[in-house]
Structure formats: structure tokens, C-alpha cells
Design a protein around this ligand. Sequence first.
Ligand code: PAF
Length: 294
Amino acid sequence: MSPMNPRIPCPMNIITDIAAMQQTASRLRREGKTIGVVPTMGYFHEGHLSLMRRARAECEVVIVTLFVNPAQFAPHEDFASYPRDFERDCQLAEAEGVDILFAPTAEAMYPDGYETFVTVENLTQPLCGASRPGHFRGVTTVVAKLFNITQPHRAYFGLKDYQQCKVIQKMVRDLNFDITIVPCPIVREPDGLAMSSRNAYLSPAERQAALALHRALRHAEQMVKAGERDARVVRDAVQAMIAAEPLAWIDYVEVVDAETLQPVEQIQQNTLVALAVKIGRARLIDNTVIDAVR
Ligand code: PAF
């Protein structure tokens, strides 16, 4: 939005009905407006707000979707206890100048007899896909539905969920969605912990233990900067640093090609160090992209 054309603040519109959202999006498109969407599961933190700000700066209309998507949780996972605070989320989104908050019900998104799913075959196999089978099928399905409902030109996703970004970019390419995916930087607490709604599960001792993730990733960056190129050496060092933290239980630490997500032997350009670690009830993920030839 240019300073010559200041945006007149107006109250955020909350839409829960799918047809109403779709009609509104179609009208906005007919009016020639650029629509940016920020898909979320709510319980907003600075990471979400940074996506909203970016969308606000780049699009004429900003839609935030808020839907805790049951299809991306396995039965034993934290769908029921996932943190929720609708009132607070509405206030935070409105303060960021969001135009529309779209918050459908699970019954409307997945009515009785629902049976259509979107699957990205290969990129979903490693990393989080290996420990959360079916998770990305739930993500791509809901994101495809949200894209069809909100009809965005641009969609904003945080890079903490690196694999999710890649999987959605692939889905958009393969299914010819005319949407630009905008990956946005990880937002961290001042002490380095990547922001996540699941950080709310951490006790003070667990919150302290969770710093091991960021510390280990910084260590990996330092090792590569100092000349180490053997992916196994770097992975083992990261793993050892996290394993030294008694409250941490490692799900995976992987060093992979940042595009294919396949393991690499040598660290070269565009290598992803990704990890998932359980601390108490929280399964935390974090990553860094390392460019050894920089
Ligand atoms: O990253 C998330 O919050 C979710 O996976 C998403 C993209 C909103 C789909 O439910």
C-alpha cells in the first residue's frame, strides 16, 4: 500500500460460512483486488503476525484462515488439546489490519461422506512425513480446500515448517493453482527458540531444555563455516548436543538436500539441517538452510 493511498482501517470481517467466504472472494477478484491468504491453526504468536504483516504490505485484501484441521492429526496426537483462543486471535489479527478472518467448522469442511484427499507422493515421505504418516495428506487437503474457498493470489507460510512449505509449493505446481507461495523467515524468541503455538505446552524447565534445538543448529552452521563438509559428522554432532539434554527425546535429526529433502553425504549448496524433538508434551521442529559455498 503506497503512502499516497493510505489504507483506511476498518473492522475485521469474521466469516464462518464457506459459501459466504467463496462469494466474497469471487467478488473481490471481480473488483480486481489482490488477495493474500495466511492459513493458520490459530493461537497466534509473532510468527503468525509476521506473516499477516507481510501479506498486509503486499496485498490489497488480507484473509487469515483459522482452522484446527483434524485431518492432519493422528488419533494419538494433540488435536483435542491444541491451544485455542478465538477472542484473542481476533483481536491480534484485527490489530494487524487483517480484512477477513475465515473460521469454518470441521463439520462444514469435512461433512459426512467426505472422501477426497490431496497427496504429494514423495516429498512427504522423509522427515516429519516418516514420523507422522498421513499428516501431510491432511495438510495438502485442507490447504487445497482453503485455496479454493479464499481464491488468493498469494499465500504466506512460515519456514519453521520447511517441509510443509516445500510440499505446498509442489502441490501448487503439480495441480496448477495460480497462486504464489511466499515462504517467510522463522521468527524466534530473543533466546533463539523458534516460535510455535506448541511452545505453550512447555513447563519452565522444558522451555529451558528446548533451547538445545537452536543451540545445536547454530553449532551445525559453525561447523560448516569452519570447513566441515561431512553430513554425517554434522548430524552426529547436532544429535549429541540434543541428546545431552535430559528432557529432550529426539524424533529425527537429518541433513538433506533443501529441494529434494533426500539425505546428502556432503554438505554443499542449499543443504537443510532439520530436526524434530519431543520435550514433555511438545513435539518441536526447527531447521536451518546451510550454504557451504557462500
Ligand atoms: O502450519 C499450519 O498451521 C497448518 O499446517 C496449516 C498450513 C494452517 C494447515 O492446517
